[in-house]
Design a protein around this ligand. Structure first.
Ligand code: ZN
Length: 410
């Protein structure tokens, strides 16, 4: 771990079991943790304006190196004042390295938000070469050839000017066997060193760098990777790669990893963010989560809701919603729930109205923001276990706060 308060300072303000609440100080302000990070993959949180995202209480968004490399390009963004100025976002930004995207193209993994694949001609080869140097691939937009390597990824993230950069890693798919995963994880560690070497020589003074733990579903590989990354000169640690085929396997991968991470490092679970994952991840000592769920659900007519048996989602497109006069979720402080009925949102969503997508995005992001804010309060009040149980049992975050956390403080 690197200790450099000018880049990043992380303070843990409360603990309850393994769960931690704290504050992450960046060049663009502090982030209260645990925190959910909305995706601004292509320099926009889909359907929303930057100030709306800030108004919901968010202090950090995630941009993506792969997508911004292909369009509009890091040079254009740098000329326009960097990613913060380009997208009109004044708070902190973390950028993903592009490793997940290029390796998803190569391995054909079921990647969530690889928009480019939709435009790809069937069978057309996009990844040209994977070598120790990096990954050569073709743009899905115009067919031009690009290279992503540890140095190039960090160079792009430097041009974007994000507050936190992620190292370039190989993202191994679930179907990779132990031998492949072991060799791939070793390469990820060599790439980690190259990223840090580049960043020490050329990185922006105020940009911090998070290493990424790989190792697939193999506990001893996860442990080795956690210790290797924790001993490197990183400012924080992300957990990446395949986390198994179901939630119990994901939690066991986390249990095999987290105890081997340095206690004082901020920890980011990459690409995970359904309500129960947040609750379980926080219980295990994770503080940062990013995920496409809130904005992707919005486009598909789904609202996050305290319904564990329905995977925490309400399908607005069902005929049963057509005359339902209730709000999406009772007591939700979002604009959609404050002013509109399920019936109206059903109608907008069925009609593919942009306003429907916007209202659902506002609701879903409010829901997750309330969930992590409640977790912070619960940890401070030493009531996280009860908060977790209540949410897994079907309580809304604000309901669990008023019934469990507030009485404990009174
Ligand atoms: Zn709402």
């Amino acid at each position: 771990m690197r200790d450099d308060p000018e880049r990043l300072r992380f303070e843990i303000t409360a603990r309850d079991g393994a769960a931690r609440a704290g504050r992450l100080h960046t060049a663009h302000g502090a982030i209260e943790t645990p925190a959910f990070i909305p995706l601004a993959t292509k320099a926009v949180v889909r359907a929303l304006e930057a100030r709306e995202v800030a108004a919901l209480g968010y202090e950090l968004v995630l941009g993506n190196t792969y997508h911004l490399l292909l369009s509009p390009g890091p040079q254009r963004i740098a000329e326009l004042g960097g990613l913060h100025a380009f997208m009109g976002w004044e708070r902190a930004i973390i950028t993903d390295s592009g490793g997940f995207q290029v390796f998803s193209l190569a391995h054909g993994a079921v990647a969530d938000e690889i928009k480019g694949r939709r435009n790809q001609a069937p069978g057309k080869q996009q990844v040209l070469e994977i070598s120790e140097q990096g990954v050569r691939f073709r743009s899905y937009i115009d067919g031009t050839e690009h290279m992503l390597s540890p140095e190039r990824s960090l160079e792009i993230q430097a041009a974007l000017g994000s507050d936190i950069a992620l190292v370039f890693d190989e993202c191994t798919p679930y179907h990779a066997d132990r031998d492949y995963t072991a060799r791939s994880t070793e390469r990820t560690h060599r790439w980690l060193d190259r990223c840090l070497d580049w960043h020490r020589a050329h990185g922006p003074r105020h940009q911090s760098v998070f290493g990424i733990v790989q190792g697939g579903v193999y506990p001893e590989l996860r442990r080795e990777s956690a210790e290797r990354v924790g001993a490197a000169g990183v400012d924080g640690i992300a957990i990446g790669g395949t986390l198994g085929r179901d939630k119990p396997e994901m939690y066991s991968v986390l249990d095999a990893t987290i105890p081997h991470l340095p206690d004082d490092a901020p920890r980011h679970l990459l690409g995970i963010g359904e309500p129960d994952d947040l609750v379980e991840g926080i219980a295990r000592g994770i503080e940062l989560f990013d995920c496409a769920v809130p904005t992707r659900h919005a486009r598909h007519g789904m609202a996050l809701a305290p319904e564990p048996e329905r995977r925490y989602r309400l399908n607005l497109r069902l005929a049963a919603m057509a005359a339902d006069e209730r709000p999406l979720v009772e007591g939700c402080p979002c604009p959609a729930c404050a002013r509109h009925t399920r019936a109206y949102l059903h109608y907008l969503s069925r009609g593919e109205e942009m306003t429907g997508v916007r209202l659902l995005a506002l609701h879903n992001l409010t829901y997750l923001e309330r969930l992590v804010a409640g977790a912070r309060e619960a940890i401070a009040a030493q009531r996280y276990g009860a908060y977790r149980d209540a949410l897994l049992d079907g309580a809304a975050p604000w309901q669990a706060v008023s019934e469990i956390v507030k009485p404990a403080r009174a």
